[in-house]
Design a protein around this ligand. Sequence first.
Ligand code: NDP
Ligand code: OXD
Length: 308
Amino acid sequence: MTLLFCSASDNAEDWRREIAKRLPGLEIRVWPDVGDSADVTMALVWKPPAGMLASLPNLGLIVSLGAGVEPLLEDPTLPDVPLVRMVSEGLTVDMAGYVALQVLRWHRQMEEYAALQAAERWQPLGHKPARDVTVGVLGLGELGTASARTLRSLDYRVLGWSRNPKSVDGVESFAGADGLAAMLPQTDILICLLPLTPDTRGLLNAGLFAALPPGAVVVNAARGGHLVEADLLAALESGHLRGSSLDVFAEEPLRPGHPFWSHPAIRVTPHVAAITHPSRSADHVAAAVNAFRAGQPLPNHVDRQRGY
Ligand code: NDP
Ligand code: OXD
């Protein structure tokens, strides 16, 4: 059995080393050095070239280096073999940290204090207790649930939205369209941690922003495709929204001159909210490979129909 690694943005040698520690003897090839493509039975990939996976005649398993699999599902030639997505403690801890950082940034007025520092002004602004600030989390999956728990530990009031109702200690659960309509007017800071699917594409739009209370903040750490960029700019321009933290964009890298770069109420990070480090995530790859080899149920198997 041979595993093919293919990613332009991950270090192949680091992955090879970490996988070899856990699966000694497994042959690992790095694209484009595929050798005899008939040998390849498993692929570990992030945004492989369209059609590449279809060129592997004996492929039996695809493991995504990303938690979000829409780049793979968008390839019409994607072979009909099991697809496993990335779920790892490292990714989860990273994301919960990013979400807490952004919530604290806006709640604790870090933007305003940065401006005061620049003006050499010593001026306490005061802030509400965290328990009086409501954070709404769109998506209560692996990353959303961990983020919600971290926010609860900081005493925020936390609401969560998912397709099916959830039971997460201290987190009020909302589901479906009615649930979203009920949650939004209560939400001071909205965090998007949804997968990108036909149902969620463009969800962060003018209608949703209008349903948030005046002065709300929007944080998108999921996918750029969730956000209608012009609607965000308009909602900030009108003063209805106070600010936004964006880690993901419709087009990455964000092009030079894009209005988000210089917008005073937008904070940009280059898709780094959570990173799949090999040392923290190779256990998950090994678990998927072992399950596949043993013919056992695969962990974090993607439901292609749902799209996540
Ligand atoms: P999960 O699959 O574990 O969770 C997805 C959640 O979204 C579930 O709670 C699901 O509901 C909910 N959901 C899906 N569709 C809908 C819908 N139509 N309406 C309401 N709720 C819906 O995903 P993860 O938490 O692991 O990851 C979430 C996303 O985060 C990834 O898909 C990826 O795009 C992004 N990501 C971003 C990173 C970054 O660095 N910026 C890093 C890693 C991931 P239910 O549970 O009821 O099915
Ligand atoms: C992911 C990502 O989906 O890094 O894992 O965006």
